[in-house]
Design a protein around this ligand. Structure first.
Ligand code: SF4
Length: 351
């Protein structure tokens, strides 16, 4: 059985969950003052996710650290914000990544194999000045690296041997971080609107206020005043909301949304912040791509989104409405809708 300290470090492991189950705590038990420390730490974890995007590791009191994890998951479920689900899972995964970087290669390999069934082998190869410590079957590599956009994560740019990708230690822990992020995302219950007993609910309400107070700075959700989300065509609204919810989009959808936001007048920094805050894309690479689409780099062509017919062909036309029948381009939809919204605002009697 895993030690309490080990479970506190990696509370998403199945053995850690078994340890928690054995304590057989109920929601009413947790509401007792004796468990206030656990609630404090759980609230702290969620608060760190909201404010910093990264949970710390407080390993001084292993049992509190361990128990606070499922309670924090419960708080996230009760908050019911899809954006926050993803931010929290990433925050906890980054915490695990930092701890894993201090572990031996054997420990990293054990977790990857036994917990996530990776086909991973330990090696020791110095090639081109890089020390490779693992080789991972390409299926497991692709299953996790697909989320990353940096060229070094493309299979064609990797050293491979008999179907195994050579990896350094930090690369392996980075891939594990992605696996852990998905695991934690899956632990957050989809049953929304969970009402908890006091004093747990009081903490959820407080976290909800913290999130609302910081929503615009962490989501980039406060668009500049001249970009009106309510004027977005259904396809762009779908893409925008999908991005905020952490849905992985194809190239065409990302390109269409980025070029749409640029042409709708959104600031480049805002778009970069939007993508980086809700994905784990590398900021420099994201900025480069966005500036390229905006015509600030490369051939200096400022791109516009594809036409409706192209978007339809690529499956990016979602939920077209009656106005869609009158337009051939998402920006035309936006212009008409904005005029409509502004006209209605001007028609309103002054207060
Ligand atoms: S018809 Fe055009 S504007 Fe409307 S949802 Fe489809 S792609 Fe978007």
């Amino acid at each position: 059985m895993i030690s309490e300290r080990e479970a506190a470090k990696y509370p998403f492991l199945s053995e850690a969950a078994r340890l928690v189950d054995m304590l057989d705590l109920t929601l009413d038990d947790l509401a007792e003052p004796v468990h206030a420390k656990v609630l404090d730490r759980a609230e702290g974890r969620v608060s760190e996710a909201i404010l910093k995007g990264k949970a710390s590791a407080n390993l001084g009191d292993s049992l509190t650290e361990l128990l606070s994890f499922p309670v924090a998951n419960m708080f996230i479920t009760a908050l019911g914000e899809r954006f926050l689900d993803r931010r929290y899972a990433l925050s906890e995964a980054v915490r695990a990544y930092e701890l894993l970087n201090d572990e031996s290669e054997a420990r990293v390999a054990k977790m990857a194999r036994t917990e996530f069934q990776w086909d991973l082998r330990l090696v020791r190869e110095l090639l081109d000045g890089r020390l490779y410590r693992f080789e991972l079957h390409f299926n497991d590599f692709l299953g996790n690296a697909a989320a990353f956009r940096e060229p070094k994560w493309k299979l064609v740019n990797r050293l491979m041997r008999d179907g195994y990708v050579l990896l350094t230690n930090p690369e392996t822990t980075r891939l594990l971080q992605e696996e852990i992020r998905r695991r934690i995302g899956g632990l957050i219950s989809k049953h929304r609107g969970l009402r908890l007993p006091e004093p747990l609910q009081a903490r959820v309400d407080r976290l909800g206020r913290t999130f609302e107070e910081n929503r615009s700075s962490i989501t980039g959700g406060d668009l500049p005043t001249d970009v009106l989300v309510e004027g977005f065509p259904p396809c762009m609204r779908y893409a925008f909301e999908g991005l905020m919810a952490g849905r992985r989009a194809g190239h065409m959808e990302r390109f269409a949304l980025t070029s749409f936001l640029i042409n709708a007048g959104m600031d480049i920094d805002e778009i970069v912040k939007l993508f980086v805050s809700v994905t784990d894309f590398d900021e420099q690479f994201t900025r480069y791509q966005i500036e390229h689409i905006a015509g600030l780099r490369g051939g200096r062509t400022r791109y516009t989104p594809p036409s409706c017919s192209t978007l339809r062909t690529h499956g990016v036309c979602h939920n077209p409405d009656s106005l869609c029948k009158r337009v051939k381009h998402p920006l035309s939809y936006y212009r008409i809708k904005i005029q409509d919204i502004r006209g209605k605002q001007e028609d309103k009697p002054a207060e």
